[in-house]
Design a binder for this molecule. Structure first.
Ligand code: ADP
Length: 360
């Protein structure tokens, strides 16, 4: 495997949050050990696995290079892992790079021209590639050829360069941002969904075994429920709970130990952390559940507007705890229930609601 070390570090807006979906330095060190190595080992995503299995088997039977594959989905759901599995199943080498690392068409030409026949090129965050590089990629994907421009101005000439057949695996968190001509050049597109708790439990048991950690079924369920549907977060929480179990108990992870450890790390039963709860609490306690404007809410929490909007809100919206409306942010009934608070209109006897119900 060949990592392109010109890739910039992962986006750090989440500043070391335990429930961040993007990888931090600590994750990168251990993730290599935890990645499933084959489709059979890859947990969940049944439909994607089945379809990909067919695509790869068919290519192998034909003795051909696999079609280009586009993987879309949130960070931490297994896109990098799947790209490595594709290479392993095709018994091909893999080169890993990312859109932001390819700012000039020349950067891409250099990578493409050094690929071996059948090699898998994993291009993470493909939606962040520069426009000229993207246009070069169209031709490379379709005809296994690029035009390298030599010289400048009127004297510039395009020298065609033949490429060996390769498989591009593109990954994006935002499939909608990809220009249609690029999307159309992928033979197979898979959308990765968030994982069900039972699937995350399987991820946790598997990782616990690899890390030589003992955990019971309820302990794994407790961590799974707080992992926001994301294997990367499940693995990270498992490592923190392991520390707690080792220092405070005999190393064995039970439901009680997992819950106590995650209380210390301020990850609640639904996977909300301190920031998420601060946003919800401000919305409920200071603004009676809204609607309130984003800027006002951010000031109340003492955070930047972008932090509230990009870091806390997506998960709160996904969980059905907060709604973005044209008039501002609004808490849902589930938010009141989650924080154990009572919405103002139903406080007291609740007769107003009942009168409303029986008026007819
Ligand atoms: P992405 O590229 O989508 O951000 P990764 O492939 O880097 O996600 O996965 C993050 C971590 O989660 C890896 O350590 C990997 O071991 C684990 N993981 C992801 N998907 C699965 C899965 N389906 N089964 C087991 N572990 C998984």
């Amino acid at each position: 495997m060949n990592w392109d070390d010109t890739a910039p570090p992962a986006d750090d807006t989440e500043g070391g949050r335990l429930v961040a979906a993007a990888a931090d330095g600590d994750d990168q060190a251990v993730e290599a050990a935890l990645r499933p190595k084959s489709l059979a080992e890859f947990v969940g995503q049944e439909r994607v696995r089945e379809q990909l299995d067919l695509v790869l088997k068919a290519a192998r039977q034909r003795g051909a290079t696999a079609d280009h594959v586009l993987l879309s989905g949130a960070p931490g759901l297994g896109k990098t892992t799947l790209s490595m599995i594709i290479a392993a199943e095709m018994e091909a080498p893999i080169r890993i790079t990312s859109g932001p690392a390819i700012q000039h068409a020349g950067d891409l030409a250099a990578i493409l021209s050094s690929l071996q026949e059948g090699e898998v090129l994993f291009l993470d965050e493909i939606h962040r590639m520069s426009r000229p590089a993207e246009e070069m990629l169209y031709m490379a994907m379709e005809d296994f050829r690029v035009d390298v421009i030599v010289g400048k101005g009127p004297g510039a000439t395009a020298i065609p360069l033949e490429l060996p057949p390769f498989t591009l695996v593109g990954a994006t968190t935002r499939a909608g941002l990809l220009p249609p001509p690029l999307r159309d050049r992928f033979g197979f597109t898979a959308h990765m969904e968030f994982y069900e708790p039972a699937e995350l439990e399987r991820v946790i048991h598997r990782s616990a075994e690899l890390l030589d950690v003992t955990i019971d079924t309820d302990g794994a369920a407790e961590i799974a429920g707080r992992s926001r549907g994301t294997p990367r977060i499940a693995n990270r929480l498992l490592r923190r709970v392991r520390d707690y179990a080792q220092v405070k108990a005999d190393g064995f992870i039970t439901q009680e130990i997992a819950a106590a450890a995650l209380r210390v790390y301020e990850v609640d039963a639904r996977g909300l952390d301190r920031l998420d709860r601060a946003v919800l609490e401000a919305l409920l306690k200071l603004f009676a559940g809204g609607p309130v404007g984003l800027s006002t809410l951010a000031v109340a929490v003492g955070e930047e507007r972008e932090t509230v909007e990009e870091v806390a809100e997506p998960f709160l919206v996904r969980e059905g705890l907060l709604a973005r409306t044209p008039r501002g942010r609004v808490a849902t009934p589930a938010a009141w229930a989650h924080l154990g608070l009572v919405p103002p209109q139903t406080q007291g006897s609740g007769t107003a609601g009942q009168q409303g119900l029986f008026r007819a």
